[in-house]
Design a protein around this ligand. Structure first.
Ligand code: SF4
Ligand code: SF4
Length: 760
């Protein structure tokens, strides 16, 4: 351990703990010791404190023992001439720094000073997938502050399937705006989540990116926490909650939580610009999580490994990076950081003139920034992928049939169709919709291109910036060709793409495509659990949640909503030893509740004995487990003889007296809890939806956002159940947030659950 670093970190820690104490004293005097302390939308209190010490901070006075603990961790600054090992002391001081920093942010929330105001800033992204014309009112004019649980869970699946290989906590400011942009673009290109905080002499990388017009927010994977170093604590709060949410750790298990982070959370700190005492102290805290620190200035390095998996502190002075441009320097810096952390990143090189990576998937192209759009209100766009005979497909051939968009006025629109023809030895007709759905993700990966919807309701925008860089229609083909080969090379060998803008050709192909969509719908609707002899496992989440396994059947998709039976079958073809393994279900033990010998056997084995049996169609008996990222949570409301369904996007109070975030703690963790279950939202529309417990008629309350976003599908379910106005008889948060209100509503609307056989 460098004595220099130890000295400065220990000094920084002593300073910040004293600052926290003083602030707490002042706040308690002003607001009273009982003043409420909370981060928004989280069930994990102040998460670092909760995870490390098991203390649930809800009031200012709860911080008193926390700061006592922090003080006990402090050590005196090493003496000038004394040479002893400092690592332990420094790490203790690092932890004290984290506790103090989080306490300060908690107090600032109590004082109404967080999240930090930032006039004029608009954050990209909420959790709703709606028209970009509807900006979220909240999220404007301030920085993000801590990550909320909703967002943490919706990132879960990307964190486990490798689409998001890790996160970088950037602290400080880059040499120039151009360098700042180069560094974040490089990280985005590798799909690394980026958290921003801190400043150097008052200037923050957040300011630099804002000035350069880089979109920040959840959707672009660039989250601005705050302009001081203290807000870097939110990154460690995120890491701590990962262990609690996905890893099944309990609050207070500090050792396990730190080890979980060291081995499963691929994070690192990029310190840009001068490193002061507080930054050293915070870095020491990060190191105890196993996160290395890479600085772009000259600082003493700590090369031996141990607490982190590889080197602890690396210095890579910007001026000395051997590269001619900022972009190339950024690439080298990021590459080094990734090596030091051992992050595995797969980049597919895409031959297009704009940056490419899944971090750009959530980018929104607003009307005023748009060069041209296809689909939406004023034009039509569709996409269609089909399988053809081997000789019919010319790999790599990309054609544009019809005019390009150069004649379309600025911000105008035109019709377009994207037709992809694939051939492959292992390709099957059933994979067509699976592959076609990927067009959305693939196209969205280009910076400055936005893709919404699918099939014949696709809606694509190209930004002015992308068009200026030379992005044209043909590049859709380049993207699709490269990505289908890279991601689905095991099932497709040849990919040919045609972009149609010629009105006559569009008409012809649209009819063909619609015919195919229709046939697929029928085929999928006819696919039942009885019609197949194989279900699939999904253990993708075991990298995070070692005992959780999803069982996926044609009529029940995975709880994350991202994997259905067809996806699993395709995924098994692509990667035969991967997470989606076939389950030969065998003769049913109980076809009503959904017990099969094959399913039980696999569940036992893959959950390491935690789960003995799974009932596919019941929530009341041996329900399927969940880990953390379910789209919805269902829970019994005994008084109403039915269940409620809460969507992840819904922050409101439910009749169970808990919000989604709080409920999630009960539903997750890979445990079976009868009466509580995490589900994918499309399971609601399945004929097998809790069929053993009475099916959809048991739903007495559901989040209004589900009613709205799935209106068509739910209407069809109500008709199938023989009660066409059923959805209108189900309560939501607008009419009932307590059991009393719920019961009154159900009585008044004559809900069928009231007269169904008792659940308990
Ligand atoms: S299907 Fe289940 S195990 Fe697979 S990714 Fe989704 S939640 Fe995870
Ligand atoms: S089930 Fe758990 S580990 Fe898997 S994606 Fe969801 S939250 Fe993450």
């Amino acid at each position: 351990m460098s004595r220099y670093i130890a000295t400065r970190a220990i000094r920084g820690a002593n300073g910040i703990v004293a600052e926290a104490e003083a602030l707490l004293k002042k706040a308690m005097a002003e607001k009273g010791p009982k003043a409420h302390v909370a981060f928004p939308n989280t069930a994990y209190y102040l998460p670092v404190i909760y995870g490390m010490l098991g203390i649930q901070v809800t009031k200012l006075e709860d911080l008193v023992p926390v700061l006592e603990h922090a003080k006990n961790l402090l050590h005196p600054v090493p003496e000038e001439n004394l040479w002893t090992p400092y690592l332990g002391e420094t790490l203790d001081c690092g932890m004290a720094t984290l506790l103090a920093a989080e306490a300060i942010e908690g107090i600032r929330f109590a004082l109404g000073e967080q999240p930090e105001p930032y006039p004029g800033l608009r954050l990209a992204g909420g959790t709703s997938f709606t028209s970009p014309e509807f900006e979220r009112a909240a999220g404007d004019g301030h920085l993000n502050g801590p990550i909320d649980d909703i967002q943490l869970r919706s990132w879960g699946i990307q964190l486990v399937d490798g689409r998001m290989p890790g996160f970088a906590a950037i602290v400080g400011a880059a040499r120039t705006n151009r360098a700042a942009v180069a560094i974040v673009r490089e990280l985005q290109r590798r799909n690394i989540l980026i958290f921003l905080s801190g400043n150097v002499n008052g200037r923050s990388i957040i300011d630099q990116l804002h000035e350069e017009g880089v979109e920040m927010g959840y959707d672009t994977y660039i989250v601005p926490f705050g302009r001081d170093t203290i807000s870097a604590i939110y990154a460690l709060g995120f890491a701590t909650r990962s262990a609690l949410t996905f890893g099944g750790m309990k609050p207070g298990q500090w050792r396990e939580i730190l080890l979980y982070n060291k081995y499963r959370v691929f994070a690192f700190v990029l310190a840009l610009g001068e490193v002061d005492d507080l930054k050293y102290a915070a870095a020491a805290g990060a190191i105890s999580y196993g996160f290395p620190v890479i600085a772009d200035t000259v600082i003493p390095q700590i090369l031996p490994t141990g607490v982190t998996r590889y080197e602890h502190v690396i210095s890579m002075p910007w001026n000395e990076i051997d590269a001619p441009t900022d972009e190339e320097k950024a690439a080298k810096l990021v590459q080094r950081a990734i090596e030091v952390r051992g992050v595995k990143v797969k980049i597919t090189e895409i031959p297009i003139p704009v940056p490419y990576g899944s971090a750009f998937e959530g980018e929104v192209v607003r009307r005023k920034d748009m060069r041209v759009e296809f689909g939406g209100k004023n034009s039509r766009a569709f996409e269609y992928l089909y399988m053809a005979d081997w000789d019919e497909v010319e790999d790599g051939k990309i054609e544009v049939v019809g005019p390009d968009f150069s004649h379309v006025p600025m911000e105008g629109s035109m019709d377009m169709g994207i037709v992809v023809k694939v051939a492959g030895r292992k390709m099957q007709k059933d994979f067509e919709p699976v592959l076609e759905r990927q067009i959305h993700y693939f196209i969205n990966g280009a910076s400055g291109v936005q893709h919404i919807g699918q099939r014949d309701i696709a809606w694509i925008r190209i930004s002015k910036a992308a068009a200026e860089k030379g992005f044209t229609l043909r590049h859709f083909g380049d993207i699709l060709h490269a990505r289908f080969h890279a991601d689905f090379g095991a099932i497709v060998d040849k990919v040919q793409v045609t972009i149609y803008t010629d009105p006559k050709a569009i008409q012809e192909w649209l009819e063909r495509a619609r015919q195919a969509y229709h046939e697929r719908n029928i085929r999928l609707a006819n696919m039942t659990d009885e019609s197949v002899d194989t279900f699939y496992t999904c253990t993708l989440c075991q990298s995070f949640a070692p005992t959780h396994v999803c069982i996926i059947s044609p009529e029940r998709l995975g709880l994350c909503g991202a994997y259905n039976w067809l996806d699993c079958r395709a995924s098994h073809e692509i990667n035969p030893t991967g997470p989606n393994q076939p389950i030969l279900k065998g003769a049913p033990i109980d076809p009503v509740k959904g017990y099969w010998p094959g399913v039980n056997e696999v569940a036992r084995k893959l959950s390491q004995g935690k789960v003995q049996e799974v009932a596919m169609y019941s929530i009341m008996e041996n329900p399927m487990t969940a880990c953390g990222c379910f789209e919805c949570i269902m829970m019994i409301i005994p008084e109403a003889n039915g269940f409620m369904v809460v969507s992840r996007e819904d922050p409101s109070m439910t009749p169970a007296g808990m919000t989604f975030s709080t409920l999630a703690g009960m539903a997750g963790g890979g445990l079976q809890t009868p009466g509580v279950m995490g589900i994918g939202k499309y399971y609601l529309t399945s004929k097998k939806f809790i069929s053993a417990d009475g099916g959809f008629k048991r739903i007495v309350w559901m989040s209004s956002i589900l009613k709205e976003t799935m209106a068509e599908e739910l209407k069809a379910v109500a008709e199938r159940e023989g009660i066409p106005d059923l959805i209108d008889r189900i309560a939501d948060e607008r009419v009932a947030t307590t059991v009393e209100e719920l019961l009154a509503w159900l009585e008044e609307h004559d809900h069928p659950a009231l007269t169904m056989p008792p659940l308990l």
